[in-house]
Design a protein around this ligand. Structure first.
Ligand code: PEP
Length: 265
C-alpha cells in the first residue's frame, strides 16, 4: 500500500488560484510514489475536478453533512461531493470540532454518510495541548476513535482497498510549526493501530493512519518513516505546489507494512 499525501486547502484562495494550484500539483504527480489527494474549499471543487480529470490526483471535500439531503442551510451532503467528482472527505477535523461544536457522535454519523455513498472518509483525531501536558493524549484519542468510527468502518475500507483512513493531528501542532517528537508520533500511531485492531479485528490493520500537524518538506521524510504512518494530512504547505510535491517525494510504498504491526505495534 502506498502512503497517501493529502492537502487540506481550508478556506484559502480564489477559484483561479485553486485551479492554478491543482495544475501545479497535477504537473508533478506523475513522479510521486504515493497517492495524492487535494481538498479545496467547496465552491472550488468543480473547477478543480475539471483540472484533475485524467490525472492521478484525487479530489476530496473538507466536510459533509450527515443527511443525504434536506433543509440544512450552508451544508454540503455526501452525495453532492460524489456528484462533483470527489472520492474522499475529511471529517472531524479539529477546526470543525472546536469551531462548529462537532462531537464524536456527529463525526460518526458523517462518516456513515460518507461510506454510504462510497466516499473514503479521513477521520481526524488528536489531543489538545492541555490534554498532552496532563498526560491524557492517548485517553483522548482512544475516546475519539471509539466514538467517531461506525461499525463496519474497517470492513468497508478493506473491501474497497483501504478506502478509509484516520488522521492523527495533535491540535497544538496544526498551523503552529510545532510537531511531536518522532517517538511521540510512533507511540500514538502504534496506539491507534492497536485500537483499530481492538475495534475492528484484523481489518484494523488495513486502515491508513495519516499524521497531520505542521508537516513541511523539511520534516516530511522523518515523519513519514515512522512505523504505522501511512501518509500525511497537510494544511499550510499544501497551498504551495512545490512544497506539497516535495512532501510527496518523501513518501514511500509501505508494501504490507500497514497490515503488519511494526516494532511498536
Ligand atoms: C491541517 O489543517 O490538517 C494541518 C495539518 O495543517 P498544517 O499542516 O498547516 O499544520
Amino acid at each position: 500500500m502506498r502512503q497517501l499525501i493529502a492537502g487540506n486547502w481550508k478556506m484559502y484562495g480564489s477559484c483561479a488560484s485553486a485551479v492554478a494550484l491543482a495544475q501545479g500539483v497535477a504537473a508533478g504527480a506523475g513522479d510521486a510514489a504515493c497517492d495524492l489527494l487535494v481538498c479545496p474549499p467547496f465552491p472550488h471543487l468543480s473547477a478543480v475536478a475539471t483540472v484533475l480529470r485524467d490525472t492521478p490526483v484525487a479530489l476530496g471535500g473538507q466536510d459533509c453533512h450527515q443527511a443525504p439531503q434536506g433543509a440544512h442551510t450552508g451544508d454540503i451532503a455526501a452525495p453532492m461531493l460524489r456528484d462533483v467528482g470527489a472520492t474522499h472527505v475529511i471529517l472531524g477535523h479539529s477546526e470543525r470540532r472546536q469551531n462548529h461544536g462537532e462531537i464524536d457522535e456527529v463525526v460518526r454519523e458523517k462518516t456513515e454518510a460518507a461510506l454510504r455513498v462510497g466516499l473514503t472518509p479521513i477521520v481526524c483525531v488528536g489531543e489538545t495541548d492541555a490534554q498532552r501536558q496532563s498526560g491524557q493524549e492517548t485517553e483522548q484519542v482512544g475516546w475519539q476513535l471509539a466514538g467517531s468510527l461506525p461499525q463496519g468502518f474497517a470492513a468497508q475500507g478493506v473491501a474497497r482497498g483501504a478506502g478509509c483512513a484516520i488522521a492523527y493531528e495533535p491540535c497544538w501542532a496544526i498551523g503552529t510549526g510545532r510537531t511531536p517528537t518522532l517517538e511521540e508520533v510512533a507511540a500514538m500511531h502504534a496506539f491507534i493501530r492497536e485500537e483499530l485492531v481492538r475495534q475492528f479485528g484484523a481489518a484494523g490493520h488495513g486502515i491508513r493512519i495519516l499524521y497531520g500537524g505542521s508537516v513541511k518538506p523539511g520534516n516530511a521524510r522523518e515523519l513519514l518513516a515512522v512505523p504505522h504512518v501511512g501518509g500525511a494530512l497537510v494544511g499550510g504547505a499544501s497551498l504551495n505546489p512545490a512544497d506539497f510535491l516535495a512532501i510527496a517525494a518523501a513518501a514511500r510504498d509501505l508494501g504490507d507494512e500497514v497490515r503488519t504491526p511494526g516494532p511498536w505495534g
